[in-house]
Ligand binder design. Structure first.
Ligand code: 5AD
Ligand code: SF4
Length: 453
């Protein structure tokens, strides 16, 4: 679902109002001529990209970005819910902000991101983290200015506001409560074009092409916190890519939970051959843009990474020869339980096809150990797959039970120690595989390489 442009314009108006009416009030005049905004990001690249938009909005509200939470007038914590230990770390750090707020009682604190889309977390923040002023989910990111305005107008009421709240005592009681935006229980991902964006890096730029996820892998919380998949219009993506290239960025990463299911064409519509109607066509089109740059993308789901994707990669000079293709498990029963939609043999066939077309392709992957019910023998299949796949790098995770997911209902009898042993075995195997490739400069000796300048 695309947010109407009039709604975005309204948020822009609110940002201007905050800049003109409130920024003097919220800033600590001793520290700077403008209020200081601080954004802390946990989790994936999508969150990094969302944080750049939050920074852009803070700047529009009159803030200067700081990297020191102790001096900040507005703090935003952009959270990750993918594993329980990520959540615990966030709760610990949000708890510590009670000290920064004691030192600066006018400080505003917001918690957003995937954790903020889970009602249990919102309740926990409401009850136990009273120094937090506002919470909003990824689907509501575009309404951040509206939320800041709500908090500020309650903190610094006008004369009329005061008269109004004197009439309704309820309202003044409410000023102690946490500010939230009404979202549906399972949020719908939204496309909000035209929000300000403050890119953090000089060479590397994030470019989201879609939001949300439809895959419902049994262990994964993402569809429940980021909602169903929606794709941006190709024209909007290509226009943003041009802006990024013109601004001098050299390395553009297209972002989506599963970029291979990129689909901007409404269902039932017959599309023209020339239309950018899927991901391989999008990267082919983007490669035609003028300039010296490299296109990357993540993440790819193996069930949707077809031959045409690898052909488009091989034939597009500006696409990096790297694919991150999480396999998650090497045993077919576990893959089925995980609802992944491929077998280990099909996965390996895809790698073979990619390497045949691009012998120099770099392949990285994710794997989960200790999925509920995974036996030692089934884990051995994961070791065998890693041995055969010869990944350039692999990210290993111990299964973490997530609320709402299908896997959360399965009984899990493997002990933490057994899972740790499997984790260590995988790490040892992958380290042995990666080691010979580490000295990339030695591998490249004598070859001619393209330099992006
Ligand atoms: N437990 C452990 N790892 C998980 N991942 C996703 N959900 C879970 C979970 N519940 C891993 C997957 C994914 C990566 C981003 O995080 O390997 O590819
Ligand atoms: Fe974390 Fe996944 Fe949300 Fe990214 S999308 S922030 S990895 S839960």
């Amino acid at each position: 679902m695309q947010i109407p442009i009039s709604e975005i314009e309204n948020q822009k108006k609110i940002m201007r109002t905050i800049r003109e009416e409130f920024s003097q009030k919220i800033m600590d005049a001793a520290q700077s001529a403008k209020p200081l905004g601080y954004v802390d990001t946990y989790g994936c690249q999508q969150n990094e990209s969302d944080s750049e938009k939050i920074r852009g909005m803070l700047i529009e509200m009159g803030c200067v970005i700081t990297h020191d939470e102790y001096v900040a007038d507005i703090i935003v914590i952009n959270t990750c819910a993918i594993r329980e230990n990520a959540e615990n770390r966030v709760f610990g750090n949000v708890g510590d902000l009670v000290h920064t707020k004691k030192a600066k009682p006018n400080q505003l604190i917001a918690v957003c991101g995937c954790m903020a889309a889970i009602s249990e977390n919102v309740e926990r923040i409401r009850n136990k983290y009273k120094h937090v002023d506002m919470v909003f989910s990824p689907a509501d990111l575009w309404r951040f200015p509206e939320l800041v305005y709500q908090v500020l107008s309650e903190k610094y009421p006008t004369k009329e506001d005061k008269e109004q709240s004197a009439k309704t005592r309820e309202r003044s009681k409410k000023s102690k409560t946490l500010h939230t935006l009404p979202s549906s229980e399972y949020p719908q991902a939204r496309i909000a074009e035209g929000l300000p964006n403050h890119r953090d890096m000089k060479i590397k730029a994030w470019l989201p092409i879609m939001h949300g996820c439809n895959n419902f892998c049994a262990y994964c919380i993402v569809p429940y916190v980021r909602g169903r998949e929606v794709s941006r219009e190709p024209s909007a993506i290509l226009a943003e890519a041009k802006e990024i290239i013109d601004a001098g960025y050299k390395d553009i990463t297209l972002l989506g939970q599963n970029v291979n299911s990129y689909n901007p064409v409404p269902s039932g519509k017959v599309c023209e051959v020339s239309e950018v109607s899927d991901f391989p066509k999008l990267i082919r089109e983007m490669s035609k843009l003028d300039g010296e740059f490299l296109i990357r993308f993540m993440t790819s789901h193996p069930k949707d990474a077809g031959e045409e994707l690898f052909r488009a990669m091989a034939e597009s000079e500006k696409v990096a020869r790297h694919i991150h293709l999480p396999f998650q498990a090497g045993n077919d029963r576990i893959l089925k339980l995980m609802n992944r939609g491929y077998t280990s043999a099909e996965y390996l066939d895809k790698l073979a096809f990619a390497r045949e077309l691009m012998p120099d392709i770099v392949i990285t992957s994710d794997v989960i150990v200790g999925y509920p019910g995974e036996t030692d023998e089934e884990f051995e299949d994961t070791l065998r797959l890693v041995e055969k796949a010869q990944f350039d790098a692999m990210f290993t995770f111990i299964y973490s039970r997530r609320p709402h997911t299908a896997a959360a209902k399965l009984s899990d009898t493997t002990t933490r120690e057994e899972k740790q042993i499997r984790f260590d075995k995988l790490l040892e195997l992958q380290n042995a595989i990666s080691a010979p490739n580490i000295s990339i400069s030695l591998l490249l000796r004598g070859s001619l390489c393209r330099i992006l300048s």
